[in-house]
Design a protein. Structure first.
Length: 372
């Protein structure tokens, strides 16, 4: 068999990210039957405990692919119409004309025009997504707050609209995915977490993936360090946190191996039908939470380099942690990586995040992992 994974090159690339300033990271790269697992740095900056590629991790918005797949499976069963107005299912949550104008498909693809609720429930994030004008104070104030999902949705729905339903570009908003969670409740009679677990996680055969039942991550795991653009120095550990503030929009805990297995199963048409997968891969312009214009489908987005194959997947961030999971369209080449520091860039005099060596080192890791 031709060797397509160069372990020495991958080892060097992941070590370079650690040397650039990342406390710890771990990854799995697959190409057919070949597998490389790597880790560099520490899971605990105080004790020096090393990271390991088998660690559990908060995967943030990678959760959105799971939730989108659960909705599509219900659509395949005829319980949800993707182009039906959300007001047909949840009139009390999105009432009136907006409930009639916003479709389920718009929620999955972030083209509903509904605002992000985070700035309205975390007072110190009022200027979100402009992080330079925010502070992490609300993170400490609400570390153990158990949020009511309906109240979070109401904050996003009642906020000034950020676009017209179906308009382009859309705006990435967690409000959309909390509404999808409530839609799953309405049509299945179970919690959204139970539905995603039964229809997606168990269907994919994932053993180390699930929604949190408390504020801690089951062992083994890394601590999660938040720098908040230099405002937290040294970075603060937010690995213990009540994730009800994001729920089925971003609270899953998983491993890099499970993420690769999930996306491989998805791309093979084993989670949703191939017809549904094609719908997931139809993209339109959306402004990300970082303010970048991206192409976004239904819970998936593409990554590609000029002249190279297209990869599909999702990234995710939580307070202190980040992930990226990408799978080539044919399902054979895969990358899943987890990092234990977030918002490492410092700000210049005008408040703009400055480039950091971590950025370049991560991009180099992604390139060698995906394209060799």
């Amino acid at each position: 068999m031709k060797k397509t994974l160069d372990a020495a090159v991958l080892d060097a690339a992941i070590d370079n990210v650690h040397r650039a300033g990342m406390p710890g990271l771990f990854a799995e790269v697959r190409d057919g039957d070949q597998v490389w697992c790597g880790a560099a740095g520490v899971a605990d900056t105080a004790g020096g405990r090393p990271v390991d590629a088998g660690m559990r991790h908060r995967v943030g918005s990678v959760t959105k692919t799971f939730t989108a797949a659960a909705v599509l499976r219900q659509a395949e069963k005829g319980r949800i119409e993707l182009d039906a107005p959300v007001g047909r299912y949840l009139p009390e949550l999105v009432p009136g004309e907006r409930g009639e104008a916003i479709t389920v498909r718009m929620l999955i693809g972030h083209t509903s025009g509904l605002a992000e609720y985070l700035p309205y429930v975390y007072p110190s994030l009022k200027q979100f997504p402009n992080l330079a004008e925010t502070s992490p104070q609300s993170l400490d104030d609400h570390r153990f707050t158990r949020f009511d999902r309906a109240e979070l949705i109401a904050a996003g729905v009642d906020a000034p609209a950020v676009g017209t339903p179906g308009g382009a570009p859309g705006l990435y908003s967690n409000t959309n995915y909390l509404l999808l969670a409530e839609l799953l409740v309405r049509v299945t009679g179970t919690t959204a977490e139970e539905c995603v677990t039964r229809d997606v996680i168990e269907r994919a055969g994932l053993k180390d993936t699930g929604f949190p039942t408390g504020t801690e991550i089951a062992e083994p795991h890394s601590r999660l360090y938040e720098a908040w653009l230099g405002k937290l120095d040294p970075p603060r550990d937010y690995s213990v946190f009540d994730m009800s503030f994001v729920g089925p929009a971003g609270s899953l805990i998983s491993t890099v191996a499970d993420m690769n297995l999930f996306y491989a199963q998805l791309m093979a048409g084993r989670i949703v039908t191939r017809a549904s997968l094609e719908q997931m891969r139809r993209t339109g312009p959306v402004i990300s939470q970082e303010g970048k214009l991206i192409e976004y489908g239904l819970g998936l987005y593409p990554m590609e380099a000029p002249g190279q194959d297209t990869f599909w997947g999702h990234g995710g961030t939580v307070w202190g942690g980040g992930t990226l999971a990408m799978t080539r369209a044919d399902g054979k080449r895969q990358l899943a990586v987890a990092v234990n520091l977030q918002r490492w860039n410092s700000l210049d005099a005008s408040g703009r995040p400055q480039p950091h060596p971590i950025d370049e080192a991560l991009e180099a890791l992604y390139r060698v992992a995906m394209y060799g």
